[in-house]
Design a protein around this ligand. Structure first.
Ligand SMILES: Cc1ncc(COP(=O)(O)O)c(C=O)c1O
Length: 415
């Protein structure tokens, strides 16, 4: 008897049951949803000041763009190997040595269409049903959903403003169990801007040494954006002995304003690299050839563009922190890294808006700011820490000033 094709099986599904149970657990990305709301309001003619952007607001440096164009002219328009081009993997190996003091061979490096894809694939390659992944809160919104999509269970480890939004060794210890597969560390952190110090990383790594079955996924995509005296360190800088169970994830999106080029990379033990390559070979095939060539130019070329971006963000950080923290009911500490502030709005909760709504949660504060002040922000609840808002300062100083003034005026209208 001929085997029924998968397609025949799906034909009998009604539209309401079209989507799998697995996808039913996934929440839409709040930053992408926020962008859609902003776009819809703008299309309807409203002026919105947008603090939701998760990407540098400046253009990819021209020498990198030229590198991409040259690659196209040179005929680099075909599939590449699923792990990435040898040229890019070698450039990444040089970068990891030069900037991070980490020694990887190019065959211990895999390139993919964005760090996001590589994190997803790392979970897909390693999680079995019910395996746990420790995700410290506040977290980048995608981690828990990526874990769920791959049959895993996100275990949220709390932190608070008093502790600088950092995972403590005690909170890590409490979150670990026999089914823990991964700890996800993100420094500098989206959304809090927290940057882990050497001592803090040493404390966490000491706990990890007691749990040899736990792997570390270290997401270092904001590494270049640190301010004041803070400097980025990878957990492997303080605990090189954990290299055999660590996956370093990074990319060119944020450092070189290349979000739309979609190039990320991961470095780690060979067995895991083989898993990631296999997954790519059956899903995306490879990252864009042209973008990979441009990423070589970004990593091997002059780095002053990265520091120029860092200095610009630092100036904006100082501005937005000063303006927000001066608003009664908003408490905004200066983040050490990334390009977000994560102020507490606990002081606004319980207040009443002019139309009679009581602001009961950060979600309502977010909605009210959009309606009343024309300012788009993202609620802290989406990042696993209610009572806060996330504002991106990857936007111009004039926007920062106008947006903070609009928030201040809206707050003054609360009862
Ligand atoms: C913490 C974090 N990791 C990873 C990414 C994804 O970066 P990519 O553009 O390389 O997919 C983002 C993007 O917002 C991020 O905030």
């Amino acid at each position: 008897m001929p085997r029924r094709s998968d397609g025949a099986g799906h034909e009998s599904r009604s539209l309401s049951t079209l989507l799998s149970a697995r996808i039913g657990q996934v929440r839409p990305s709040p930053s992408i949803a926020a962008k859609a709301r902003v776009d819809a309001l703008r299309a309807a003619g409203r002026a919105i000041i947008d603090f939701t952007l998760g990407e540098p607001d400046f253009a990819t440096p021209s020498h990198i763009v030229e590198g991409g164009i040259a690659a196209l002219r040179d005929g680099q328009t075909r599939y590449t190997g699923s792990a990435g081009t040898p040229a890019l993997r070698q450039a990444i190996a040089r970068k990891l040595q030069r900037e991070n003091g980490l020694a990887y061979r190019s065959d211990e490096i895999v390139v993919g269409p964005g760090a996001k894809t590589l994190i997803f694939n790392a979970f897909a390659a390693t999680l079995d049903e019910g395996d746990e992944v420790v995700v410290p809160a506040p977290y980048w919104v995608s981690y828990p959903d990526m874990v769920r999509l791959n049959g895993g269970v996100p275990v949220i480890a709390p932190s608070d403003a008093a502790g600088g939004f950092k995972l403590t060794p005690a909170a890590l210890e409490a979150a670990l169990g026999p089914r823990t597969r991964w700890l996800v560390l993100n420094t500098p952190n989206n959304p809090s801007g927290a940057v882990y110090s050497r001592q803090e990383l040493e404390g966490l790594c000491a706990v990890l040494r007691l749990h040899p079955h736990v792997w570390v996924l270290t997401d270092e995509i904001y590494e270049h954006f640190t301010y004041g005296g803070a400097r980025h360190l990878s957990p492997l800088n303080v605990a090189p002995d954990l290299a055999s169970r660590t996956l370093v994830v990074n990319g060119v999106s944020k450092a070189y304003a290349m979000t739309g080029w979609r190039i990320g990379y991961a470095a780690g033990p060979m067995a895991l690299m083989r898993g990631l390559t296999l997954l790519a070979s059956q899903t995306t095939t490879c990252a864009s050839a042209m973008s990979q060539a441009a990423a070589v130019v970004a990593l091997d070329g002059p780095q002053d563009c990265v520091d120029a971006g860092r200095r610009l963000f630092e100036e904006r950080r100082d501005h937005i922190v000063r303006l927000l923290d001066a608003i009664p009911g908003i408490d905004c500490a200066a983040p050490d890294g990334a390009f977000y502030v994560f102020p507490s709005v606990a002081g606004l909760l319980g207040r009443t808006t002019p139309d009679g709504t009581v602001l009961a949660s950060d979600l309502e504060v977010m909605r009210w700011l959009l309606d009343d002040a024309g300012v788009a922000v993202i609620d802290g609840d989406s990042y696993g820490l209610p009572g806060h808002l996330r504002l991106s300062f990857a936007t111009g100083l004039a926007q920062i000033e106008a947006g903070c003034a609009a928030i201040r005026e809206a707050v003054a209208r609360l009862r």
